[in-house]
Design a protein around this ligand. Sequence first.
Ligand SMILES: [Zn+2]
Ligand SMILES: [Zn+2]
Ligand SMILES: [Zn+2]
Length: 76
Amino acid sequence: MCYWRRVRNIYTRCGHGVNLPEEEIKCELINCKFSRTHPQNCPNCSQTCWQYRQYPQQYSPHIDRLCPTCSASTIR
Ligand SMILES: [Zn+2]
Ligand SMILES: [Zn+2]
Ligand SMILES: [Zn+2]
């Protein structure tokens, strides 16, 4: 089923984190209300289909760089 993916880049050179906009990850399940394969007029949808998205998944990739703010302020 579908879920939101939250990415927070961690820049190890300065230790700052930057949140990226949430991304919706779509599944292809016919029994997921948010899926594109799900029928528009689904009978008994609330009984047969997922009515909510999965708990958001959080990723925090570590990037060996300065964050955009810090790298912008160190340019002379
Ligand atoms: Zn889904
Ligand atoms: Zn349905
Ligand atoms: Zn920084």
